[in-house]
Design a protein around this ligand. Structure first.
Ligand code: ZN
Length: 162
């Protein structure tokens, strides 16, 4: 097991995220089946070439997801927001899904940074490098206020990642 995988597991444990293997559906595997987060498929090379960053992004989705959708496959976000692996049924509006995707992206990168990982690669890959400073500040502010209504405010999440 790599140091990064060990680090990801430690963060999940501290956040109370249950890890395991999700079942395969039509040759594809959910990252989250409503109960367990599957980081195995990422670290085993089953999916994705950025296992640590993509796992951190999944963890960020778990953190950002409202309790009303936390028991749904892929957090009820449905297919097509950012990844072809999301083919579970969408249980929110497209606008909500897009907003949550943006929050998860920003949070995952902030978590990578707090954990001392290579956050810059994901920063570029998720398209943030072309975003204006004022927009970045606004997204971070909105993310912080979004998480204040959860059990895991932003500061607490970032502290857990250190
Ligand atoms: Zn996502």
């Amino acid at each position: 097991m790599s140091d990064e995988e060990r680090q990801i597991r430690r963060i999940c444990k501290r956040l109370g995220i249950k890890l395991g293997k999700c079942k395969v559906h039509d040759g594809r595997r959910w990252s989250y089946d409503g109960k367990i987060l599957d980081i195995y498929h990422r670290f085993s090379g089953w999916m994705g070439v950025h296992p640590a960053a993509d796992s951190m992004h999944d963890i960020a989705h778990w953190v950002c997801c409202p309790n009303t959708r936390k028991q749904l496959p892929e957090f009820g976000l449905g297919e097509g927001v950012d990844t072809k692996s999301r083919y579970a049924e969408r249980q929110c509006s497209v606008e909500e899904a897009v907003q949550e995707e943006q929050f998860a992206s920003m949070l995952g990168i902030l978590m990578e940074r707090a954990a001392g990982m290579n956050w810059r690669e994901c920063w570029v890959r998720h398209g943030w490098s072309n975003t204006s400073l004022s927009e970045l500040v606004e997204v971070r502010r909105n993310l912080k206020s979004w998480l204040e209504h959860t059990d895991t405010p932003l500061e607490k999440v970032l502290e857990i990642c250190k």
